[in-house]
Design a protein around this ligand. Structure first.
Ligand SMILES: Cc1cc2nc3c(=O)[nH]c(=O)nc-3n(C[C@H](O)[C@H](O)[C@H](O)COP(=O)(O)O)c2cc1C
Length: 509
């Protein structure tokens, strides 16, 4: 059983690779007018608006690490938190088309992640399970009851694979998982601003599905299924998660009434990777003090993915090192929500950074990873220490812009940015030990991307996730053989060029 799950994961990973001469299986044609709905309505569920004010708007990005008293769990503060992690941040308009953006990026802006709130003993709220409706910034009441002894608030997350699979075919499961990582990182920052110390529950997928009611087959008959991902306790509470719902309401709306393709391999890999997140292995640490004066909420709400970079600006050395330092354990609130030994390590193609020669670099996030990466990478790599304060090593000096572009499915952003990242995951061993690690490695890569993006944004730069890359061509460049390590995400960071033709409208106001 366990072995079969491992095989399913490795087979899925191999067949969902892109190569220059063979992209992973996806739809041959796309009817853009038939895109699945971006927002799921729960028909016949009672809907209530959440307060829209950001209650922590005066905190600077530099003060983010400061310990602050936990705000009360109430609708004002929960509304503020939800806006800062999964809420809409803007509407965009161009040539008759209109689309919304959210606090976290998403592959193809398709947003497969659904958010749930479980409330118990929260002032001003009835206990129960609620679906968060991003479009209205409101809650839809899904279940009543729970445990009268429990006290706390939990966020639950599920993925609707079809939203991504519709466009990307078999590779879509990976994108759902990378998105989940971005969401978890977004929750970490938003919670830190409210003085909350979020924690992942070590619940198994089946328990999560039960707690969120997404295992209720009869409710989902004829509509797209939701896959359980994870539950986050918003503030340190030992109370057991209420799951004993007594009454249910609402039916999930259909997102796509004319699905053209089926990608059964996605449900197979989803099934094979069910499980609980890994238990904490690293004690929480306090994050070093910072000096940036820009408001943290402004950084979060203004975050955008660059659609084009200027191909010229040189990133200041201080911005570069600050960004890399935040990727190390204990240097961002994200790593307190994910208190595990790092298993994903950035390789950088540096194009334009002050004081750093163009070339290929690696930032092993643990000492043991440095050793194993050194043994696995090309022998010709020099491993020259490249920074006094960071575990950053130059592998080879080279102008890698064209290579970065080719490896990233020929996307210009990978060449015209200042740095292109490849996220190298410890792969075969964690998955052999626990196939659910396939999800967790993608979450970790998504979290790294999110930290890069927010750090860049705070300094006036911008990041963009790159889910489209040629897997084995990356491995060839690095000299990686077999699947001890696999690259699972790319990221670009640089000076963005804005498209003046696109107009921006407020999210809710
Ligand atoms: C997992 C993931 C993969 C992505 N892949 C690409 C990509 O290959 N190319 C690209 O231009 N943008 C990519 N993006 C950026 C999305 O297109 C962008 O997040 C989305 O359009 C929403 O815009 P926003 O980030 O400005 O809110 C990716 C984002 C994520 C999270």
């Amino acid at each position: 059983m366990h072995k079969a799950r491992v095989v399913t994961v490795l087979t899925y990973h191999a067949r969902s690779k892109h190569a220059p001469d063979r992209y992973a299986a996806g739809p041959g044609t796309r009817d853009w007018d038939a895109q699945p709905k971006a927002f799921r309505d729960w028909d016949d569920a009672q809907r209530s608006a959440l307060p829209r004010d950001i209650v922590v708007s005066d905190i600077s990005w530099g003060d983010l690490p400061a310990q602050r008293p936990a705000l009360t769990l109430n609708p004002d503060n929960l509304g503020s938190l939800l806006r800062l992690c999964v809420g809409l941040t803007a509407w965009k308009e161009y040539g008759g088309a209109r689309w919304s953006l959210r606090a976290h990026p998403s592959s193809g802006n398709l947003h497969p992640t659904e958010t749930w709130l479980i409330a118990a003993g929260v002032a001003g709220m009835e206990d129960g399970l609620y679906h968060y409706h991003n479009l209205y910034h409101g809650l839809e009441r899904r279940a009543w009851g729970g445990d009268p002894q429990a006290a706390g608030a939990w966020l639950g997350f599920s993925s609707i694979h079809w939203r991504e699979a519709w466009k990307y075919g078999e590779r879509a499961f990976r994108y759902c998982q990378l998105d989940m990582g971005h969401v978890l990182a977004a929750v970490s920052y938003a919670a830190a601003l409210h003085g909350w110390k979020p924690r992942l529950l070590l619940q198994d997928s089946a328990d999560i599905a039960r707690a969120l009611g997404i295992d209720r087959v009869e409710d989902f008959a004829g509509v797209e299924a939701e896959e359980a991902e994870v539950i986050v306790a918003l503030h340190a509470t030992d109370a057991a998660l209420p799951t004993d719902w007594q009454r249910w309401a609402g039916k999930p709306g259909l997102l796509d009434n004319h699905p053209l393709y089926q990608w059964p391999v996605i449900e197979e890999v989803a099934h094979a990777t069910r499980g609980a997140p890994p238990p904490a292995t690293v004690p929480p640490v306090s994050i070093p003090a910072r000096t940036e004066v820009i408001r943290a909420a402004q950084v979060i709400l203004n975050r955008r993915s660059a659609q084009a970079f200027d191909g010229a600006s040189v990133m200041p050395h201080s911005v570069f090192t600050r960004m890399l330092a935040s990727l190390l354990p204990g240097e961002s609130p994200v790593w307190n929500l994910w208190p595990n030994m790092p298993r994903v390590h950035p390789v950088l193609m540096v194009h334009r950074v002050e004081g750093i020669a163009p070339g290929l670099y690696v930032l092993p996030r643990t000492a043991s990873a440095k050793e194993s990466l050194q043994a696995a990478f090309r022998e010709a790599f020099t491993w020259q220490p490249a920074d006094a304060g960071l575990p950053l090593f130059q592998l080879i000096a080279a102008k890698a812009g064209k290579t970065a572009r080719t490896l990233s499915c020929h996307q210009d952003i990978a060449e015209r940015c200042a740095v292109t990242f490849m996220m190298v995951a410890e792969f075969a061993a964690p998955i052999a030990a626990n196939p659910a690690a396939y999800r967790h490695l993608h979450w970790e890569a998504g979290m790294l991307g999110h930290v890069i993006t927010l750090e860049a944004e705070a300094a006036g730069w911008r990041g963009t996730g790159i889910g489209c890359f040629f897997d084995d061509a990356d491995h060839e460049v690095l000299g990686l053989q077999g699947d001890q390590f696999q690259v699972i995400y790319h990221y670009a960071v640089g000076m963005a060029l804005d498209d003046a033709r696109i107009s921006t409208l407020p999210a809710y106001e």
